[in-house]
Design a protein around this ligand. Structure first.
Ligand code: NAD
Ligand code: TYD
Length: 350
């Protein structure tokens, strides 16, 4: 069996990627490496934990010795690297975690792969999963393409941009067989409720204010998480080495439009009067340096690799809401941790 290392597989997107690979590719043995930070949750992948082609490894990508040992003990054919600090607001209050995990952690993995694969890079692949936020902020027109110049604006996006540069540098300098993708905002089951959609769903259920930063005019391009996992699968198996692909949902919405759609759906699902949930919308102090608009031109991946998103947004939103409403235990387990402390610090007095 071929050993494949997936990092960050206890997080939101990583858990969908791990599940997909464990189920669809019995000839791979999937090693899921995750430090189980606040965002890592083994419940996200409880359904596959006993599969014979799956092993969970608790470990920190910041620990170079640990990573080197892992690679010397296992002959990985590939790495799909998703482990990261991923929340912009946390990067504003605590940038150093983003520098150490997203930059140094990525370099530790690159060094270990380079050392372990030095006999031959044939058949190997180091796939770095990144974000469209590295391109910075768009005005009301235009799209990010793969050649758009990097212009990151938050500590999070700057740390991801740095890691992308280092991955490309290892490809160029050492001929490490790398590929990169930059994806738009994901939504779907298992997303930690610090991000807009699950936070709003949880607050609506509990009749708490829904905090909208600024005027809610910022635009994001939303992609259902399983579609991101399918794009990652396509790129991992079919992209030429050294390539970069943008992944997006062709689904731009202003935050306020998105939240109004969500409120209507939540009224329907919770049997509340029409307009009840929208009363919870509360405009709060804007995020510092808040990027106005992200929008992906995903024509390269469609043309080269034949990938397109499978779900339209209204259907994806319904699936997402249904999942959160039928997994109240998953939410409760998160809320019982440090979440309330984080929430008070982030939103009090805004
Ligand atoms: P997440 O925060 O939900 O999960 C991150 C996972 O990484 C967690 O399981 C966490 O425990 C693990 N992790 C964090 N630091 C670690 C460390 N030092 N060592 C080992 N494991 C560590 O993030 P996500 O939203 O699933 O994002 C996954 C990846 O996709 C990230 O690289 C992110 O930049 C990228 N991405 C995310 C989005 C999005 O909309 N969420 C969009 C594009 C790209
Ligand atoms: P988020 O889910 O944090 O993703 P990102 O910042 O990576 O795009 O935020 C999505 C959008 O929603 C972004 O424009 C910030 C905004 N937002 C709010 O208005 N209120 C909130 O409480 C949060 C978490 C985000």
């Amino acid at each position: 069996m071929k050993k494949l290392l997936i990092t960050g597989g206890a997080g939101f997107i990583g858990s969908h990627v791990v599940r997909r690979f464990v189920k669809q590719y019995p000839h791979y043995h999937i090693y899921n490496l995750d430090a189980l930070t606040y965002a890592g949750n083994l419940e996200n992948i409880a359904d596959i934990e006993h599969e014979s082609n799956y092993t969970f490894v608790k470990g920190d990508i910041r620990d170079a010795e640990f990573i080197n040992n892992l690679f010397s003990q296992n002959d990985f054919v590939g790495v799909i690297h998703l482990a990261a600090e991923s929340h912009v607001d946390r990067s504003i209050t605590n940038p150093m975690d983003f520098i150490t995990t997203n930059i140094i952690g990525t370099v530790n993995l690159l060094n270990a792969a380079r050392e372990s694969w030095k006999g031959s890079f044939d058949g190997r692949r180091f796939y770095h999963v990144s974000t469209d936020e590295v391109y910075g902020s768009l005005g009301s027109e235009g799209f990010f393409v793969e050649t758009t110049a990097y212009d990151p604006q938050s500590p999070y996006s700057a740390s991801k941009a740095s890691s992308d540069h280092l991955v490309r540098a290892y490809g160029n300098t050492y001929k490490l067989p790398v590929v990169i993708s930059n994806c738009s905002n994901n939504y779907g089951p298992n997303q930690f409720p610090e991000k807009l959609l699950p936070l709003a769903i949880n607050n609506i259920v509990n009749k708490r204010p829904i905090p909208i930063y600024g005027k809610g005019e910022n635009i994001r391009d939303w992609l259902y998480v399983e579609d991101h996992a399918s794009a990652i699968d396509t790129i991992f198996h079919n992209a030429s080495l050294g390539e970069t692909y943008n992944i997006g949902g062709h689904n731009e919405l202003q935050n306020i439009e998105l939240i109004r759609m969500l409120c209507n759906l939540m009224d329907e699902k919770l049997g509340r009067a029409n307009g009840e949930s929208a009363k919870l919308i509360t405009f709060v102090t804007d995020r510092a340096g808040h990027d106005l608009r992200y929008a992906i031109d995903a024509s390269k991946i469609a043309k080269d690799l034949g990938w397109k998103p499978s779900l339209q947004f209204p259907e994806g939103l319904r699936k997402t809401v249904d999942w959160y409403l039928s997994h109240s235990e998953w939410i409760q387990n998160i809320l019982s941790g440090d979440y309330e402390k984080y929430y008070q610090k982030q939103y009090q007095g805004r």
